[in-house]
Design a protein around this ligand. Structure first.
Ligand code: NDP
Length: 271
């Protein structure tokens, strides 16, 4: 039986065991998927022990996504560009391959699940942390007219855009300098919603054609999505679909079968 899990700290809250359990049932795969808590100061030895004990593959969550890059023996191009790993595959020769499926998950949720056209659109991403790094290149691959990154720490936004410049029209701007501009899609890739805070995006950035998307998901609409709707946005989408889509991509890497995600997303929404 293949054994999988999600490595993190904390990790008990993770929905990944539920999602992968639903994928396994749907695809008739007999596998296990657990939450795997590792000490924050002992990631690499802990991860290697899990694989030595028979783990087939794992997801990686906060705070280990960057460390996992250094621990894996090889990285896919998208993990290398993101400098973050969220999925590890144990290969036939026992070495660990690190991948990043977050960006693919977001783009699939936006375009396939929600019918949003990214090509030639003006996109604003708030945040320049690990999640923003994971979604930058996959968004540019969709050929938007422009991708603007704004972050509280402007140096981090500049560093991010510098490292993605070769892939398309990306630039960093300070939040205050966005006043007077409008965007087709605003993605909240900050963790501000966790603290019920909205990043300081000027109100002029939103009109009734703007889609607002929060990477965070919660039972109740996040403050960021409420903010967008109050400013006239007609589409406010949370990150649950992305979570399921990035998991589906990981499942495909491990089990070579692509689960149907629609029912799984619907089931998770029901709680
Ligand atoms: P990081 O800790 O790496 O980065 C946090 C980011 O949020 C930084 O850019 C930080 O800015 C910004 N930030 C934090 N608080 C505020 C605030 N009050 N106002 C403005 N900006 C703020 O986190 P991640 O990038 O890993 O994760 C970001 C979010 O994305 C989390 O909520 C996470 O749950 C979610 N996520 C969802 C996924 C999904 O599948 N749906 C997948 C991955 C992530 P600064 O640099 O200035 O400190």
């Amino acid at each position: 039986m293949h054994r999988y899990g999600v490595v993190g700290n904390p990790v008990e809250h993770s929905k990944s065991p539920l999602i992968h359990g639903l994928f396994a049932r749907q695809t008739h795969r007999h596998l296990s998927y657990d939450t795997l808590l590792l000490p924050t100061d002992n990631f690499e030895p802990g991860l290697k022990r899990l694989f030595a004990d028979g783990l087939t593959g794992c997801n990686v969550t906060v705070p280990f996504k960057e460390q996992a890059c250094a621990t894996c023996h090889s990285l896919t191009e998208r993990a290398c560009i993101a400098m973050a790993v969220n999925t590890i595959v144990r290969q036939a020769d026992g070495t660990l391959l690190g991948d990043n499926t977050d960006g693919k998950g977001l783009v699939t949720d936006l375009s396939k699940n929600n019918g949003i056209v990214l090509r030639a659109s003006r996109i604003l991403v708030a945040g320049a942390g690990g999640a923003a790094r994971g979604i930058g290149k996959p968004l540019l691959d969709e050929e938007p007219a422009s991708l603007v990154i704004a972050n509280r720490n402007a140096d981090k936004a500049r560093a991010l855009t510098d490292s993605f410049k070769a892939f398309g029209p990306i630039e960093s701007q300070k939040y205050a300098d966005l006043a007077g501009q409008r965007f087709d899609l605003i993605i909240n890739a900050t963790s501000a919603s966790l603290a019920n805070v909205v990043p300081p995006i000027p109100q002029s950035c939103v009109d009734d054609n703007t889609v607002v998307y929060d990477l965070m998901y919660a039972r109740n609409r996040t403050v960021f999505l409420q903010w967008g709707l109050q400013l006239g946005s007609k589409r406010a989408i949370d990150g649950l679909g992305m979570l399921v889509e990035q998991a589906a991509e990981a499942f495909y890497l491990w089990e070579h079968i692509r689960p149907v995600t629609r029912d799984v997303i619907a089931q998770l929404r029901l709680g």
